[in-house]
Structures are given as structure tokens and as C-alpha cells.
Design a protein around this ligand. Structure first.
Ligand code: GAR
Length: 213
């Protein structure tokens, strides 16, 4: 059985999607960098272990990273799943968990790394937008891609309507990617292109969540 620690900062809807998908993953703990993260009460209710490593209590980024790494290492997870974790982690931290750290980002990477992805997609006039599950490397939102899901950008879309459509796709592709890890079907050294054994492609193209049913 594969195990994971899930890192969150806020709402935790991707964490919920992963837990509810019953992938066979053992969630060793949910760790938040904010004590008021709404993800935490949900995790507690589900009987999951939770921890808070509040970034505001540390004088430097490195000190926060070090404490977070110690909390995680104590739990010895196979995977570290970032699910709406909104802190940039330093190179030393990333090196410690190289090849085991996975993130979900709300755009079709390499388009729109960083923040405000939905607004930037609307401003750029792209016709397809979506989400990406990728391995975490020192390059911000630049690690090897595990899965992607795409949605159309519709006339009249607002940042909110587009975000909601993308979020539906996030909730499909992140559990799917986790399932691949649990089934040991991911081939990755954490740096190069990810291959998924037993599927035709390492991308999960979904033009629209409804069409894909
Ligand atoms: C999600 O849309 C996720 O892709 C994004 O934050 C949201 C968290 O929602 N992550 C990033 O922007 C990472 N840079 P959630 O807390 O409901 O899962």
C-alpha cells in the first residue's frame, strides 16, 4: 500500500476528492500551513491525522521548510501531495522529497505558471484551459507532467465560472494520478517526462467533464 501526506493551505477540495476517490492510498496526515484552513475540520471529521505548521511562526522561509520537512519525514510517506498548498518551497526541501512530490496547478502547463491563472487565461483569449498534475521540481510549476485535463473557455466566462469548470476537472485528474501512483504505474525519476504504464498516453484529456462521462 502506498502512503501520502497531503499539504493544504485552504479549502481542501482536492484533498477531499483524493480521499473520497478511495484509491487505496493511505493518508498518513493532512498538514496545513494555516491553522484556520477549512480543509482541517473536514479531515478531522474523516478521522485523518492533522498537523499545522504555521508559516507565520517562523522567521525565515528556510526555518519553515525545515520544520515542515521534519514533520513529514517523521511520518515516512511514499508521496507528498500538494493540494492547494500556497507556499513556495525552497530547493533544499524539494531535494529532500525529489521524485515523491506531486502538485496540482490550475492551468494547462507550461501555460500560465504562478498565480491568477484563470484571469490570465481569459486575458490571453485561449480557447482551452484546464489543470495539470505534475511532479514538483525546483522550477516553479515546471516539473514533469503526470496528467492534464482541459475545458473549453466559453463566451461570457468570468474568472469564477472558468475556475469552477477547471475545478471539476481537477477533482477528476488528481485522484486519477494518485491511483496511477498507488498502482505503481508511474515511471519518473522526478525530473524527466513521466510515463504511465498501461495507458496509451500520460495525459488524461477531458474536453469537458460532462462530455467525458
Ligand atoms: C486549486 O484550484 C489548485 O489547483 C490551486 O489552488 C486551488 C486549491 O483549491 N493550486 C494552486 O494554485 C497552486 N499553485 P482546493 O484547496 O479546494 O483544493
Amino acid at each position: 500500500m502506498k502512503s501520502a501526506v497531503i499539504l493544504v493551505s485552504g479549502r481542501g477540495s482536492n484533498m477531499r476528492a483524493i480521499v473520497e476517490a478511495r484509491t487505496g492510498l493511505e493518508v498518513k496526515a493532512v498538514i496545513a500551513n494555516r491553522p484556520d484552513a477549512p480543509a482541517l475540520p473536514w479531515a478531522v471529521e474523516r478521522g485523518l491525522a492533522t498537523r499545522v505548521v504555521d508559516h507565520r511562526e517562523f522567521a525565515t522561509r528556510d526555518a519553515f521548510d525545515e520544520r515542515l520537512a521534519l514533520e513529514i519525514e517523521r511520518l515516512r510517506p511514499d508521496l507528498l501531495l500538494l493540494a492547494g498548498f500556497m507556499r513556495i518551497l525552497g530547493e533544499a526541501f524539494i531535494g529532500r522529497f525529489a521524485g515523491r512530490m506531486v502538485n496540482i496547478h490550475p492551468s494547462l502547463l507550461p501555460a500560465f505558471p504562478g498565480l491568477r491563472t484563470h484571469r490570465r487565461a481569459l486575458e490571453a483569449g485561449v480557447k482551452l484551459h484546464g489543470a495539470t498534475v505534475h511532479m514538483v521540481t525546483a522550477a516553479l510549476d515546471g516539473g514533469p507532467i503526470v496528467a492534464q485535463g482541459a475545458v473549453p473557455v466559453l463566451a461570457g466566462d468570468t474568472e469564477e465560472s472558468l475556475a469552477a469548470r477547471v475545478l471539476e476537472v481537477e477533482h477528476r485528474i488528481y485522484p486519477q494520478a494518485v491511483r496511477w501512483f498507488v498502482e505503481d504505474r508511474i515511471e519518473s525519476n522526478g525530473r524527466d517526462v513521466v510515463q504511465v504504464r498501461g495507458t496509451g498516453a500520460s495525459h488524461d484529456w477531458i474536453v469537458s467533464p460532462r462530455n467525458a462521462e
